[in-house]
Design a protein around this ligand. Structure first.
Ligand SMILES: NC(=O)C1=CN([C@@H]2O[C@H](COP(=O)(O)OP(=O)(O)OC[C@H]3O[C@@H](n4cnc5c(N)ncnc54)[C@H](O)[C@@H]3O)[C@@H](O)[C@H]2O)C=CC1
Ligand SMILES: O=C(CO)COP(=O)(O)O
Length: 365
């Protein structure tokens, strides 16, 4: 299909004032998706007059086998050689290993790290972000606190006192990196103008972004589908075939919707038909990292742990599905909902070795 997309119009006139009128964007995170997000954004900040050209990207510093710092290599080669090798990010992307320095001049922050690091990152940023800052989270995951589950966008909003939208979708990063057409959904709370600004910042001829007024629905879709992808990987590892996998995806989608609506009755049915819903579920169950590692786990009969397989197969990239299944299980146990969500519960029980991988089709007991 030829992507018949028109880029968002460059409606704003060239600012009359000085460069201070322009928005400055910082990407917090530089993994596989973080690097692709920086590439997308950097192509647009060059094109759109209301943004500064430069895009800062915070890098969790590491030393490469060559002895060089990852940040130095990104800045000299314009490539994230560890997490997105072979792709030029754009000369206006500047890697910065100092988190506080990376955000200090920004007024738009894009959060895109594995979810388990976000609590620590937010703590470091308290009092360090500009007034009126706008944020967006591309992070698929949640935190579980004493009071209950906390979505990552809420963590950001509450800890930093800023508004936070979300962007989720059927977005396997390596495919978008080579500019294959895909779609995404921006979830926003009230301010449609802010949502439009994020749409403008991310949209390209091959990346079509649509806004939806349903932050929780969009974010829960992105978060929960990773658990279903683990189940799909078990099915693949056991060579159960396409019908079984389709059944797992359908049951998973039903649980995703039921859980989201129990937690947030405001979640809209229509959100599940956006890119963040059924489309992301399909792509992740076909081609994602959660599926791939879960397949290896099942092939090994559950004898090698997810941690071990993740380290061996993903070279520093992180799975979100296994920890999300654990977090979900805590919520389900605490609220007495385990029986309502047998697929979610079984994924956790298999991942922790309490049940064999074959239990993935026996849970409907
Ligand atoms: N890769 C993909 O295709 C997609 C990923 N996502 C989501 O984006 C989020 C980020 O994922 P990726 O960019 O793919 O990351 P990744 O899994 O490729 O890379 C891991 C990142 O974590 C960093 N890291 C390691 N230890 C850390 C620490 N202690 N503190 C802070 N950072 C640390 C690494 O430097 C690296 O940047 C996740 O929530 C993921 O679910 C969403 C859509 C697509
Ligand atoms: O979220 C993703 C695609 O939209 C990527 O999923 P994985 O983390 O399983 O690769």
């Amino acid at each position: 299909m030829a992507p018949a997309q028109e880029l968002p119009p460059e409606t704003e006139a060239e600012p009359l004032g000085d460069a201070a009128d322009k928005s400055r964007v910082t990407v917090v995170g530089s993994g596989n998706w973080g690097s692709v997000a920086a590439k997308l954004i950097a192509s647009n900040t060059l094109r759109l007059p209301s943004f500064h050209d430069e895009v800062r990207m915070w890098v969790f510093e590491e030393i490469l086998p060559s002895g060089e710092k990852l940040t130095d290599v990104i800045n000299s080669t314009n490539e994230n050689v560890k997490y997105l090798p072979g792709i030029k990010l754009g000369n206006n992307v500047v890697a910065d290993p100092d988190l506080e320095n990376a955000v200090k001049d920004a007024n738009m922050l894009v959060f895109v790290t594995p979810h388990q690091f976000m609590e620590g990152i937010c703590k470091r940023l308290v009092g360090k972000v500009k007034e009126g800052m706008e944020a967006i989270s591309l992070i698929k995951g949640m935190e579980v606190k004493m009071e209950g589950p906390c979505m990552i966008s809420s963590l950001i909003s509450e800890q930093l006192g800023i508004n936070c939208c979300v962007l989720m979708g059927a977005n396997i990063a390596n495919e978008i990196a080579v500019e294959k057409f895909s779609e995404a959904t921006v979830g926003y709370r009230e301010n449609r103008d802010i949502a439009e600004k994020w749409v403008q910042l991310f949209s390209t001829s091959y990346f079509m972004v649509s806004p939806v007024q349903d932050v929780e629905g969009v974010e829960l879709c992105g978060t929960l589908k990773n658990v279903v992808a683990i189940a799909a990987g078990f099915v693949d590892g056991l060579e159960m075939g396409n019908n079984t996998k389709a059944a797992i995806m359908r049951i998973g989608l039903r649980e995703m919707k039921a859980f989201s609506k129990l937690l947030f009755p405001s979640v809209k049915d229509t959100t599940f038909f956006e890119s963040c819903g059924v489309a992301d579920l399909i792509t992740t169950c076909l081609g994602g990292r959660n599926r791939k590692v879960a397949e290896a786990f099942a092939k090994n009969g559950g004898k090698r742990s997810f941690d071990e397989l993740e380290a061996e197969m993903l070279q520093g990239q992180k799975l979100q599905g296994v920890s999300t299944a654990r977090e979900l299980y805590e919520v389900l146990s605490h609220r007495g909902w385990l029986e309502l969500f047998p697929l979610f519960a079984t994924v956790h029980e298999i991942s922790t070795g309490r049940l064999p991988p074959s239990a993935i089709v026996e849970y409907n007991r």
